[in-house]
Design a protein around this ligand. Structure first.
Ligand SMILES: Cc1cc2nc3c(=O)[nH]c(=O)nc-3n(C[C@H](O)[C@H](O)[C@H](O)COP(=O)(O)OP(=O)(O)OC[C@H]3O[C@@H](n4cnc5c(N)ncnc54)[C@H](O)[C@@H]3O)c2cc1C
Length: 408
C-alpha cells in the first residue's frame, strides 16, 4: 500500500523539536511580552531571544533550502511545522517563517536573478531585512488584478511609478516591497498587464499614509501613496508582464501556508472548547455531557480532520510538482470557513467569557474573519472550483479529476 499517513522519522523529530521550542522558549517570551504590553524594550529583547534560540535549535527558516540557511523542508513537512508554530502568537516569526516574508522568500527564490537574490533574498533569510507585498488598491477590486491602476512607465533606465495601495501588511518597518504595477497596454492575455518591481525603502515617492485600523485593531496593514517613484530597470522582478504569473505562483503555496497556520488556531480553539465544556456545570450536568454541546464538538472535530487531510494532500501535490491549483483552492476555502465556525463555537461554549478579551478567542475571531476574503475570496475560489469541475466532466464524463484526483 502506497498510502501512508505518517511522517518520516526526521519530520516527526522536527515536529517534536518545534513543540519543545514553543514550550521552553516561545511561550515564556510571549508571557513576558504580555505582562508589559506597552514596553517596546521588552518586546524587542524577547523577539531577539526567540529568533536567536530558533537558530541555535536548528529551527530557523524551515521552508527555505539549506543553501540559504534554511532547513529545506517540503510543503508536507512544513504543514507539521506551521500548524504547531501557529498555536502561539510569535511562533512563525521566531522561525522567520511569517507572512508576508515567507511568501516573498519563495517568490524571490523562484523569480529573482542572482544580483536580486544577493541584495534582497539573503538578508531576508538572515533576518536582517523585512519585506512586504504591495498589490491591492482601494479604488479597484483586489480580486481582479487585471484592474490594477498603479502604473509604471519606462523612462531611460528607470521606471517611474504612480499609484495607490492599501492593506500592505508589514509595510511599516519593511526594507523593501515587491510592488505590482501595470506596465503593458495591450497584452495578448489580460493577465499579462502587470509587472513586479523590487522597491527599496525608504524611497522618495513611497509614502505610508496610515496604518489602516481593522476590526481587530491596527496591525501594520498600511495605505501607501506612490508618487513619481523611480525604480531602476534592474529591479524588475521576473520580466515584463509577469506580475500575474508571479503573483499566482506566490499565492498557491502562500495560501496553503496560511491554511497550515489556521489549522493550528482551529485546534487551539477546539482544545479550549472541550476544556471549558468539561469544567462548566449547568442544569444538572457538565456542558460536555449535553448533546447540543457534543454536536458542536463533533462538528468541529470532523471539520478539523477534513482541514488536515485537505492541506496535507494539497502540500503533497505541490511537493510532487503536480497541478495543485484545485486542491489549494478547496483547502483555502474550507479551512478559512472551518476556522471561523470552530472559533465561533468555542466562543459560544465559553459564554460571556468567550466574548471577553480574557481569553484569546475574541481576538482569534476577528483575525479569522479576513481569512474568508483575503488571498482569494470564498466566491472566487468557488467559481474556479466549479469551473474545473465542469471542465473535468465535459472532458471525461466524470468529476473525479476535479475532486482531488484521488484513487477512489
Ligand atoms: C488582514 C489583511 C491583510 C492583507 N494583506 C495584504 C498584503 O500584504 N498585500 C496586498 O496586496 N493585499 C493585502 N490584503 C488585501 C487582500 O488581498 C484583498 O482584501 C483581497 O484580495 C480582496 O480584495 P478586495 O478587498 O478589494 O475585495 P473585492 O475584490 O472588492 O471583493 C469583495 C467581495 O466581492 C465578492 N467577489 C469578488 N469577486 C467575485 C466573483 N468573481 N464572484 C462572486 N463574488 C465576488 C467577494 O465576496 C469578495 O469578498 C490584505 C487584506 C487583509 C484583510
Amino acid at each position: 500500500m502506497a498510502i501512508d499517513f505518517s511522517f518520516p522519522p526526521e519530520v516527526e523529530e522536527v515536529r517534536h523539536r518545534i513543540r519543545q521550542f514553543l514550550t521552553e522558549i516561545v511561550r515564556p517570551c510571549e508571557q513576558a511580552i504580555e505582562e508589559k504590553p506597552d514596553d517596546r524594550e521588552t518586546l524587542v529583547k524577547n523577539v531577539i531571544k526567540m529568533r536567536k534560540a530558533a537558530q541555535e535549535w536548528g529551527l530557523w527558516l524551515p521552508h527555505m533550502p539549506e543553501e540559504f540557511g534554511g532547513m529545506g523542508l517540503g510543503h508536507v513537512a512544513m504543514a507539521s511545522v506551521s500548524a504547531e508554530a501557529a498555536k502561539t502568537r510569535f511562533g512563525p516569526f521566531a522561525l522567520n517563517a511569517q507572512a508576508p516574508d515567507e511568501g516573498n522568500m519563495h517568490t524571490l527564490l523562484h523569480w529573482a536573478n542572482e544580483e536580486q537574490k544577493k541584495k534582497y533574498l539573503i538578508p531576508l533569510c538572515e533576518g536582517r531585512m523585512r519585506s512586504c507585498f504591495a498589490m491591492t488598491e482601494p479604488e479597484v477590486a483586489g480580486s481582479d488584478p487585471t484592474l490594477i491602476q498603479t502604473r509604471a512607465v519606462k523612462d531611460g533606465n528607470d521606471w517611474v511609478i504612480n499609484g495607490h495601495k492599501w492593506f500592505i501588511s508589514g509595510a511599516r518597518g519593511a526594507n523593501f516591497a515587491i510592488l505590482i504595477a501595470r506596465t503593458e497596454d495591450d497584452p495578448d492575455v489580460a493577465q499579462a498587464v502587470n509587472s513586479a518591481f523590487l522597491v527599496d525603502m525608504p524611497s522618495e515617492g513611497w509614502e505610508i499614509v496610515r496604518d489602516v485600523e481593522t476590526m481587530s485593531g491596527s496591525h501594520n496593514h498600511c495605505e501607501i501613496r506612490i508618487t513619481n517613484l523611480r525604480v531602476p530597470d534592474a529591479n524588475l522582478l521576473g520580466g515584463r508582464g509577469q506580475g500575474h504569473r508571479l503573483g499566482q505562483a506566490r499565492l498557491g503555496p502562500a495560501r496553503l501556508a496560511h491554511c497550515m497556520r489556521w489549522i493550528g488556531q482551529a485546534e487551539v480553539a477546539l482544545n479550549m472548547m472541550v476544556e471549558r465544556a468539561m469544567s462548566r456545570f449547568a442544569h444538572g450536568s457538565l456542558l460536555a455531557e449535553k448533546q447540543g454541546i457534543q454536536w458542536m464538538i463533533a462538528d468541529s472535530t470532523m471539520e478539523l480532520y477534513q482541514c488536515k487531510l485537505m492541506v496535507l494532500h494539497a502540500a503533497y501535490k505541490i511537493d510532487r510538482k503536480e497541478d495543485f491549483r484545485s486542491e489549494v483552492s478547496m483547502a483555502k476555502h474550507f479551512v478559512a470557513n472551518s476556522l471561523n465556525r470552530i472559533v465561533d463555537r468555542a466562543i459560544q461554549v465559553h459564554g460571556a467569557l468567550g466574548y471577553s478579551t480574557d481569553t484569546p478567542l475574541a481576538h482569534m475571531a476577528t483575525q479569522a474573519r479576513w481569512a474568508r476574503f483575503a488571498d482569494g475570496a470564498d466566491e472566487v475560489h468557488q467559481w474556479r472550483i466549479a469551473q474545473r469541475t465542469i471542465e473535468a466532466y465535459a472532458k471525461d464524463g466524470s468529476v473525479r479529476l476535479a475532486a482531488g484526483d484521488l484513487p477512489l
